[in-house]
Design a protein around this ligand. Structure first.
Ligand code: NAD
Ligand code: DAU
Length: 347
């Protein structure tokens, strides 16, 4: 059984690819990834030689390549993670997000529609985000019935992609599932996002930039718990349904970074309070969503999924991983990776 996973060299994708390659040895896993600044084959060295694994370097926007792959492999499913994923980059370079997240998703859907002679036993799985629902106030949770109200070019591009998936389902009967997940953290997370950026900056003695008043709230989930949820949605989810995935784990950014500072000081044998001195309040993100939080009761009730890691366990494992992978960190923050983005895209 061939399964196409897109974006498998990135943060979440690498955990999903590893999970499927190791657990489903009778599946042929094809990982299609363009290796942008965020994609890194070092994330997959432990499975690169597996008999049931194939990496293909290429873009989901390349319809000719998709035609070739869908002809070569009789994919029973697509798990679609490839995306431009960073909100701040979407504010600086919105068109790159339209290109990959909207047009790339459309190209993939069209490849399924064109090449799948029957939809029986097949499925397109769209990995989406809670950001499509916009911002919550001080109370309440996102549910599967929350209306779409994206506020950033990133979230609007993901919302557009979700709508295209749904439209292919309604119009062409393409079998699909969608999941919308909260903020992930863990190994392989590119150090532009809050947690790995701050780990990197603590190690380098740089400032820890907190946007605005630091009272913005996110709901954090350890990345391997997301990979497990994706497995369950892919195999047990109902066609045409949406599942929200979250960790019941809300933190304001400032509380989160203070906790990270404490743990990093302890782990590095530094005096308590050392890292916190580098916290710097900086200019806010435009259109910054105040709060995200997920009601994950549907996936818990219907598919029996719940997170296996507490935040304390997950954060400790994350810190350990970054301390053991300083070479990875040095590599992904080197000039070659940093300049990639600006070479590829204009504004
Ligand atoms: P990431 O930026 O770490 O990885 C994205 C991957 O997609 C990279 O390997 C990159 O090379 C690849 N890619 C980018 N453009 C491509 C293209 N045109 N063709 C093929 N590959 C391309 O992202 P991530 O944080 O791992 O997020 C993965 C998916 O999960 C995204 O769809 C994102 O919207 C979604 N998501 C992320 C989070 C989160 O907290 N990180 C939460 C919910 C949903
Ligand atoms: O909610 C799911 C989303 O989570 C995913 O869809 C996105 O792909 C992923 O990047 C993430 O988006 P966020 O914008 O929430 O993540 P980020 O790590 O960029 O920011 C987390 C919070 O921290 C947010 O409130 C902005 C703030 N922040 C971020 C950075 C990079 C800072 O205060 N300082 C920073 O330097």
């Amino acid at each position: 059984m061939a399964l196409l996973i897109t974006g498998g060299a990135g943060f979440i994708g690498s955990h999903v690819v590893r999970h499927f390659v190791n657990r489903y040895t009778h599946y042929q896993i094809v990982n299609l990834d363009a290796l942008t600044y965020a994609g890194n084959l070092e994330n997959l060295t432990d499975i690169e030689g597996a008999a049931n694994y194939q990496f293909v370097k290429g873009s989901i926007t390349d319809s000719a390549l998709l035609d070739q792959l869908f002809t070569q492999y009789d994919f029973k499913g697509v798990i679609h993670l490839a995306a431009e994923s960073h909100v701040d980059r979407s504010i600086a370079h919105p068109m790159a997000f339209i290109e990959t997240n909207v047009k790339g998703t459309a190209a993939l859907l069209n490849a399924c529609k064109t090449h799948w002679s029957t939809f029986e036993g097949r499925r397109f799985y769209q990995i989406s985000t809670d950001e499509v629902f916009g911002a919550l106030g001080d109370s309440g949770l996102f549910t599967e019935d929350s209306p779409y109200a994206p506020n950033s070019p990133y979230s609007a591009s993901k919302a557009s992609a979700d709508h295209l998936v749904r439209a292919y389902g309604e119009t062409y009967d393409l079998p699909y599932v969608i999941s919308n997940c909260s903020n992930n953290y863990g190994p392989n997370h590119f150090p532009e996002k809050l947690i790995p950026l701050c780990i990197h900056n603590i190690l380098k003695g740089k400032e820890l930039p907190i946007y605005g008043d630091g009272l913005y709230t996110r709901d954090w989930l350890y990345v391997t718990d997301h990979a497990q949820a994706i497995d369950q949605v892919y195999h047990q989810g109902k066609n045409g349904e949406t599942y929200l995935i979250g960790g019941h784990n809300e933190f304001t950014n400032i509380d989160l970074i203070r906790l990270l500072c404490e743990q990093m000081d302890a782990r590095l044998g530094r005096a308590p309070g050392t890292a916190q001195k580098s916290i710097t309040f900086v200019k806010d993100r435009p259109g910054h969503d105040k709060r995200y939080a997920i009601d994950a009761s549907k996936i818990e009730r219907e598919l029996g999924w719940s997170p296996a890691h507490t935040f304390e366990q997950g954060l400790a494992a994350t810190i350990d991983w970054y301390l053991e992978h300083e070479e990875w960190l040095a590599h992904v923050t080197s000039g070659a990776y940093q300049s990639y983005y600006d070479k590829q895209y204009g504004t």
